[in-house]
Design a protein around this ligand. Structure first.
Ligand SMILES: Nc1ncnc2c1ncn2[C@@H]1O[C@H](COP(=O)(O)OP(=O)(O)OP(=O)(O)O)[C@@H](O)[C@H]1O
Ligand SMILES: [Mg+2]
Length: 150
C-alpha cells in the first residue's frame, strides 16, 4: 500500500519500486494514474504524469537496485522525485539521447531497452532534472504543471 498523506491542498504519496520485479513492474505508475483520476485532474496532465512515472519506474526496476517514487500533488503541479540506489549513470548526456541503452539482450527480449524512457520523461515534463552518482544511484525530478498548454 502506498503511504498517502492528505495535508489540505497538498497530497504526498510514496511508492516503493523493487529491482528486477517484473511481476509488479508498472504498479506504482498505475496506482498514481488512478489517484490522479480520482482527484479529477485534466486527462492530458494525467497522461503525461503516467508516462513519466512508468518510464522512471521501469528504469528503477531494470537499471537500479531499487528505489522510490515520491509524488507531491499541489494545485499548481505534480512533482515526482524518483530516487534509487544503484550503479548510477556515468554519462548522463548520452543516456538522454534517443536510442541509447545499456539494456541486456534478456531485457530487450522482454520488450524494453529501446533507449526511449528518459527522452519520453523529458518530453512529458515541464521541468526535468537528473542527478546521478556512479556507484551510488540516480535521482530524477519531474514536474508537470496543471496549466501547461496542451
Ligand atoms: N535509474 C537508472 N540507473 C542506472 N542507469 C540508468 C537509470 N535510468 C537510465 N539509466 C541508463 O540510461 C540508459 C537510457 O535510459 P532510457 O530509459 O532512456 O532507455 P532504456 O531504459 O535503456 O530503454 P527503454 O526505456 O526504452 O526501455 C539506460 O540504458 C541505462 O544505461
Ligand atoms: Mg528506460
Amino acid at each position: 500500500m502506498p503511504d498517502v498523506k492528505d495535508v489540505g491542498a497538498l497530497m504526498s504519496v510514496t511508492y516503493d519500486v523493487a529491482a528486477r520485479d517484473f511481476v509488479r513492474a508498472g504498479e506504482a505508475a498505475s496506482k498514481l494514474k488512478r489517484l490522479l483520476q480520482q482527484l479529477g485532474l485534466d486527462p492530458a496532465v494525467i497522461r503525461r504524469a503516467a508516462i513519466a512515472a512508468y518510464e522512471a519506474e521501469m528504469n528503477i526496476v531494470i537499471h537500479s537496485y531499487g528505489g522510490q517514487i515520491k509524488v507531491d500533488i499541489t494545485p499548481e503541479s505534480i512533482e515526482m522525485i524518483c530516487e534509487d540506489s544503484g550503479p548510477g549513470i556515468p554519462d548522463i548526456e548520452k543516456a538522454l539521447q534517443e536510442g541509447y541503452s545499456t539494456a541486456t539482450e534478456e531485457i530487450r527480449e522482454m520488450g524494453f531497452g529501446a533507449g526511449m524512457g528518459l527522452p519520453n520523461i523529458q518530453r512529458s515534463a515541464d521541468q526535468f532534472r537528473i542527478e546521478s552518482t556512479v556507484g551510488e544511484g540516480t535521482c530524477l525530478q519531474v514536474t508537470i504543471l496543471h496549466e501547461a498548454g496542451e
